[in-house]
Design a protein around this ligand. Structure first.
Ligand SMILES: [Zn+2]
Length: 229
């Protein structure tokens, strides 16, 4: 476990963000723990990174993007911010700034930021920002195996009550070309692609009502089928 990864601590004011790097030329950025009420997926991602570390390209892995929100198990951090609506260049929040500084000057190929949708009966869905997975075998295999696990795939809209969302999904999939037009909602993915620290992004939304074991299996499958091919 953790054979090659180096542990780094980013300190900024009272914020300390622990992250891991593999290799000298990272191309992949992995995030979890942006929203503190989506803590199950943090363990799922850690297990998958440990398991597939050797096979993954060089990476930066930030297990807990918002330590204060995760400590409270709350969507909002200590400053009352939804961190994924707060990534603007001039935001003074130290968690926002620390995450911006971790990738400063980088040009990573892909960000994968894991989230959970906590609504009752929610299904799996993926925002694809620029990668174009819809017709790829990797996505089809993942989608079919998730379905075979008994986890539904969202066909319909994500969250019509959120002014920055209300996107339509087909069998768990929605595509955005990069840069995303009209998407100024302050998500890390939008900030990172707009500022060219990452080229493309994938945002899997794991159903929050699944058991921890099933969350682990969905995330493991995502690594196997999507990130290792
Ligand atoms: Zn989230």
């Amino acid at each position: 476990m953790f054979l090659r990864m180096q542990q780094v601590v980013k300190t900024l004011g009272r914020t300390q963000i622990l992250y891991y790097t593999k290799g000298d030329s990272p191309t992949l950025l992995i995030h979890s723990g942006t929203h503190g009420d989506e803590y199950g997926v943090i363990d799922s991602v850690r297990l998958a990174v440990e398991k597939y570390e050797a096979q993954l390209p060089d990476f930066i892995y930030v297990p807990i993007v918002s330590p204060s929100a995760v400590a409270k198990r709350s969507r909002l951090n200590w400053g009352g911010l939804d961190l994924n609506r707060s990534f603007f260049g001039d935001n003074a929040d130290s968690e926002v700034q620390a995450n911006q500084e971790i990738v400063k000057g980088k040009s990573l190929d892909l960000l994968v930021t894991f989230h959970e949708d906590s609504g009752p009966g929610t299904k799996f869905y993926l925002y694809d920002m620029g990668l174009g997975l819809e017709d790829k075998d990797s996505w089809k295999k993942f989608r079919d195996e998730v379905g075979a696990m008994g986890v539904g795939l969202l066909s319909g809209t994500d969250d019509p009550d959120d002014p920055y969302l209300n996107y339509t999904f087909t069998e768990g999939y929605h595509y955005w070309s990069v840069p995303v037009k009209g998407y100024e909602g302050g998500s890390f993915d939008a900030w990172a692609t707009r500022n060219k620290v990452v080229k493309k992004a994938l945002i899997p939304e794991i159903p929050g009502h699944l058991s921890q074991d099933k969350k682990n299996k969905v995330v493991d499958l995502f690594f196997q089928k999507i990130l290792l091919t």
